[in-house]
Design a protein around this ligand. Structure first.
Ligand SMILES: [Zn+2]
Length: 202
């Protein structure tokens, strides 16, 4: 998800599958570009929240053990609370989110993002299309830029939702997966849990 400031955020588009699948780094889009490019991203958001959240098969985890390697850069309570909140959301589904000391599934790091609060990309797929290794980047402003903990919980929830295979939802979706996410909704809604579970039948 992208933002121009804590209270003015932009977001990714799910209707640009090449970008979404190959490079979810929308800071690159920002760097390339132009205001018109930024507007195009926003305009590409779906107009209405679908009942069933979009599924991005390229982001499907390669199993139900969902390990997060958390950078030691997350070292204050707001950051840790936000990370734990995101993992709690994943754990509402059949995915078993836990931390790991090595990069098994998802790496969560901080990066100085330009015009962006966070992003997600799958960096290595299996031949069957599931995602083996992925990276969530959270802006280094987390915990320091004055945005609320609720906002950062929404940001982390949003990216961890992508790491669970959920694509963008419309801005009026009552969920952290809304495009753009806001501090008003910092959790998955029940539809997202249902959709994740439908892809990982127990
Ligand atoms: Zn997104």
């Amino acid at each position: 998800m992208n933002r121009t400031g804590p209270s003015s955020i932009r977001c990714e588009s799910s209707s640009t599958p090449v970008i979404e699948q190959l490079d979810h780094d929308h800071t690159r889009t920002t760097r390339l570009g132009s205001l018109s490019a930024a507007i195009a991203l926003v305009a590409a958001c779906p107009p209405n929240a679908p009942y069933n959240p979009p599924w991005n098969s390229n982001w499907k985890p390669d199993g139900t053990d969902h390990n997060y390697l958390i950078s030691s850069a997350f070292n204050n309570s707001l950051e840790n609370n936000s990370i734990n909140h995101g993992m709690d959301q994943v754990n509402r589904s059949v995915l078993n989110a836990s931390t790991s000391a090595t990069w098994i599934d998802v790496r969560v790091i901080q990066a100085a993002l330009t015009g962006s609060a966070g992003d997600y990309r799958c960096v290595e797929n299996h031949s069957n299309g599931t995602c083996h290794l992925s990276t969530i980047r959270i802006d280094t402003d987390i915990g320091t830029a004055g945005a609320t903990e609720a906002y950062w919980k929404a940001v982390v929830c949003h990216e961890m939702g992508h790491s669970s295979g959920i694509g963008e939802r419309a801005s009026n979706a009552p969920s952290c997966i809304a495009c753009p996410a806001t501090s008003a909704y910092k959790s998955f809604d029940s539809n997202e849990v249902t959709v994740i579970n439908s892809h990982f039948p127990s």
